[in-house]
Design a protein around this ligand. Structure first.
Ligand SMILES: Cc1cc2nc3c(=O)[nH]c(=O)nc-3n(C[C@H](O)[C@H](O)[C@H](O)COP(=O)(O)OP(=O)(O)OC[C@H]3O[C@@H](n4cnc5c(N)ncnc54)[C@H](O)[C@@H]3O)c2cc1C
Length: 397
């Protein structure tokens, strides 16, 4: 989609594209999924951007961000998607960082923000529990104040990449007698504290992305409380609003459709490219039309945001449509590649195995990605819950 950019925006676009081309770490170019990367590889691009001062486009300058305009952020996201750069981890930069600079005290800002920017601290998100996902306010992890510490006991689940984390931000119940939303606090917990156990959950694609985190008599200094005790729900909702905007992934879906078309041109059915068959080309066309419609919706949201009207319930529309499209792309890509899609991407020792050499070079990992992307309609607030929000807030039902 063409947008009309000012000369300054066009110069900015040239600058960021050139920077990415010259500085994106060469060793990351061959890796398509985070599950193929080591901790250092996941952080490599963040470190480059940190050096350049471009690691936090949306943060205020006073905290080390770029304070880029919405148009500049749009240009940046497009450029990163086109170059297929590794997405930066959201837990520090997009989630807890803005909570700390908005609601934290000066000591917390000084202690945590620089290390979030540099990637020296890896954060994970301790919201969900076995009995509290969609109904997050029913969470039971308990924090009891004893002197200048809280003693925390509970069980978090689906904690993404907690196996690498230095810190976890947790929602904990500090007042069990208050109404559900009113007795919750927002605590920052050092993962090295005695009493924390991380247990892996292996997902359907065979990867280790999520975990359970058990907290048993974990002693947390009161200075790690964000804002006021029992006001955590306010900070939690602020964070979830940020989590949902940007979840549509339009720019990256455009790139994935380009890749799908390349594959469908190379795959032959009775000697003809798959992309030339009526049925397959119709499915790709439908996908592209839906993505274009989503892009227009996203641009309208961005235009409203640039006039100071923050994303409201339309963030739910972007989330539902964006994730449905992401899933459909992986379905069609798997359909195009066929049985070769089940060949493993080269992981660890498998990199030396001949198995993954079978099939075309684009095949390894396609099935893994198809399975992995089932998560998108669940996380960030499930799509059914988003449909409820749309029904109530947009349609007035
Ligand atoms: C890959 C992945 C990574 C995640 N990472 C994190 C993380 O890092 N940190 C974290 O805290 N959490 C994380 N989550 C958890 C995620 O936020 C929850 O899975 C999600 O909120 C849904 O909660 P649940 O799994 O408990 O399902 P439930 O809430 O038990 O829902 C089960 C099903 O019922 C439906 N449902 C529930 N209530 C309603 C309703 N009122 N109306 C209609 N349908 C309903 C849901 O849509 C869903 O289909 C992650 C999840 C996944 C899949």
């Amino acid at each position: 989609m063409d947008m009309s950019f000012s000369p300054d925006d066009l110069a900015f676009r040239d600058e960021v594209k050139a920077f990415i081309a010259d500085n994106y770490p060469a060793e990351l170019k061959a890796k398509r999924a985070r599950s193929e990367m080591t901790k250092d590889e996941i952080l490599a691009w963040q470190r480059v951007l940190h050096k350049k001062g471009w690691v936090a486009p949306h943060w205020p300058k006073q905290y080390g961000g770029c304070e880029w305009s919405i148009t500049q952020r749009f240009i940046w996201n497009e450029a990163c998607a086109q170059a297929e750069t590794t997405p930066l981890l959201p837990f520090g930069l997009a989630m807890v960082g803005p909570v700390i600079y908005t609601f934290g005290n000066e000591e917390q800002k000084a202690k945590f923000l620089p290390r979030i920017l540099s990637g020296d601290d890896w954060w994970c998100q301790g919201y969900s529990e076995p009995g509290a996902g969609s109904d997050l306010a029913s969470l039971k992890t308990r924090a009891v104040r004893e002197g200048d510490h809280y003693i925390v006991n509970g069980h978090k689940i689906w904690t993404t990449l907690a196996q690498h984390a230095d810190w976890i931000f947790c929602l904990v119940r500090t007042d069990p007698s208050a109404k559900a939303q009113e007795g919750i606090s927002f605590l920052l917990i050092d993962m090295k504290t005695p009493g924390i156990t991380v247990r892996p959950i292996i997902t359907i694609d065979g990867s280790h992305e999520v975990n359970e985190v058990f907290l048993e008599d974990v002693k947390v200094p009161v200075e790690n409380l964000i804002g006021e005790e029992n006001k955590g729900w306010t900070y939690a909702k602020f964070l979830l609003g940020n989590e949902r905007s940007g979840i549509a992934g339009v720019a990256r879906s455009k790139k994935s459709i380009e890749r799908l078309k390349t594959i469908a041109k190379a795959e032959l059915i009775d000697g003809e490219p798959l992309m030339k068959t009526d049925e397959f080309s119709r499915k790709v066309a439908e996908l592209e039309i839906d993505l274009t419609a989503l892009e227009v919706t996203e641009l309208r949201t961005l235009a409203a945001e640039s006039h100071g009207r923050g994303p409201g319930p339309e963030a739910s529309i972007l989330k539902v449509k964006g994730t449905e499209i992401q899933q459909r792309i992986t379905e069609l890509t798997l359909e195009a590649v066929g049985n070769y899609g089940f060949v493993q991407a080269p992981l660890g020792d498998a990199a030396n195995s001949n198995d993954f050499l079978a099939g075309p070079e684009y095949a390894p990992g396609v099935a893994q990605n198809y399975f992995n992307m089932r998560k998108t309609s669940i996380y960030g607030g499930s799509n059914e819950i988003q449909a409820n929000i749309i029904a109530k807030m947009v349609l007035g039902l």
